[in-house]
Design a binder for this molecule. Sequence first.
Ligand code: NAG
Length: 353
Amino acid sequence: MHSVLAAVALASSVVPAVLAQGVPLASKHFTWGALPYQADTDTGERGTQYGYNLCNSTTEGPTSLCQTAIINSIDDFCLWGPPEKDSLIGNVEGESVAWCTKPGYGTRIIPKGAITGVQFMKTPDYIQVTGRITQNLINIQADDSGGELDPHGADQRGNPLGGLLFSNAFTGQFVQAVEWHNFMGGGTFCLKACDPAGPNAARFCEHIFDRIGCAYNAPAAYEDGAFLSCEGANQDFPGIYTDAAGAVQTYTQPPESLGPISTMPYQPRVPASSNCVTHDVATLWSGAPTASVAPASSSASGTLTRTTSRAVSTTRASTAGSSATGTPNGASSRAVLSLGSLVGAALVAFVAL
Ligand SMILES: *[C@@H]1O[C@H](CO)[C@@H](O)[C@H](O)[C@H]1NC(C)=O
């Protein structure tokens, strides 16, 4: 996928009209309060934008197709999730909608009890939320090992198409976080918004390590039952690590054609945190509705080599140990990585998008 992405990026400067239909999403800049109905006006292979960016009290609620997300603080953030119940995130990456912790943005609201642990982190270059979620309450199948959303994709239209993210945590005013990434799945979430004024926004919010999940892209504690708001140091850029001999190394993610990723050459460094404030979950997110479906556990404990199909709807294989071959969209399998001490014994897998 990424060789395709690189080729498109390279070629688009030569023949933009053919390979890139329009301006890449990550090059479009929007102002809060003056958002268009849709950020994506393309009509390419993936069709048109599924939802909209102009969201208000009329659009708010369980059927909202709002695709403008927010990340401000521990009590005020959104995650991307499927519009329809019981979905695999990898199948709906292009159509995902904003699920937020509080009303007021014209989105869906994450039901009470869905988030079972969270750490909000503010560092010099980014803000992020990491934690644990009962994911079927936001329409992700309980056993879905997950996928990545970011404002890129092979066609540069973003996943979701036209998905925008804003924050008031950088300047006090809402500004567009142009570079961000969000991994959802295996009962775990991480959303990082990089400060657009920072020199390394694209690197901290790197989008090429789509198979190695939250543990490597947003290293943090992922503690169930903890509700913390912290300050902290920057992480290493995703994919960059220091080996046992003290040498700085760059990880290369293998292509899906080589099969699941079962081992990694490094453990990610969890950055130091400070000034952590513990929040009472009973008073956090008080505007959240009661869930309309029963919560289902996502603990993906099992073998290291569990693979799942990324095939679409009717041809989707069972998620329990099926090998995925000949899927319509060409993807063959999802990698499974142990997060080790990061999330106990749980295994979380991510699909290459
Ligand atoms: C509310 O949002 C919807 C969907 O974007 C839009 O069609 C409608 O015009 C908006 N209403 C107002 C008053 O802005």
